[in-house]
Design a binder for this molecule. Structure first.
Ligand code: CMX
Ligand code: CO
Length: 145
């Protein structure tokens, strides 16, 4: 079941400046940064609050590390701004995607890929979702579980 908004993905040109904006403006300081080579991004996850299914709610700030990455393409076309929304599941993300695909919505990956903080992710095509690029996220299990 989809149980929460996991994150809102925001495309930016300067990750450090964007992190500083969210700190200065709202006081958000719980920040995890990583590079995801496969997705072609350097990113910062800004934690907003916890959730009951092992996940939490974040803003995901995304800076491209390659000119051919989806974020670079989006920035060239639209400039900075909201890029995608991500729903969190309390179950298996592939099962969630299969159920949505059965409704005629294109799922972009044959099998889940690695997302932030060890999560499993997949995407739904924005053209099948009313213009909203939509990601599904299964949070990594906390250590020891
Ligand atoms: N939101 C809404 N619409 C979007 C979009 C977005 N983020 N990105 C592209 N589109 C629209 C375009 O406007 C375009 O529409 P028109 O044909 O009407 O102009 C259409 O989709 C095709 O866009 P494109 O620029 O030609 O881009 P591509 O088809 O090459 O790629 C997509 C689009 C969604 C398949 C690609 O961005 C993708 O695979 N995304 C998933 C991976 C990703 O976004 N990774 C970065 C985030 C990583 C993370 O969250 O961890
Ligand atoms: Co995302």
């Amino acid at each position: 079941m989809l149980t929460r908004i996991d994150h809102i993905g925001i495309a930016c040109r300067d990750l450090d400046a964007a992190v500083e904006f969210y700190r200065r403006t709202y006081g958000f300081t719980d920040v995890h940064t990583e590079v995801n080579e496969e997705q072609g991004v350097r990113e910062a996850m800004i934690k907003i609050n916890d959730a009951g299914d092992g996940g939490a709610t974040y803003l995901q700030l995304l800076e491209p590390i390659r000119d051919d990455s989806p974020i670079a393409k989006f920035l060239a076309k639209n400039g900075e701004g909201v890029h995608h929304i991500a729903f969190g599941t309390d179950g298996d993300v592939q099962e969630e995607a299969d159920g949505i695909a059965a409704k005629g919505i294109r799922v972009l990956y044959d099998s889940p890929r690695r997302g932030s903080m060890g999560s499993r992710i997949t995407f739904l095509h924005p053209k099948d979702c009313g213009g909203v690029l939509t990601e599904l996220v299964q949070a990594a299990k906390p250590a020891g579980h």
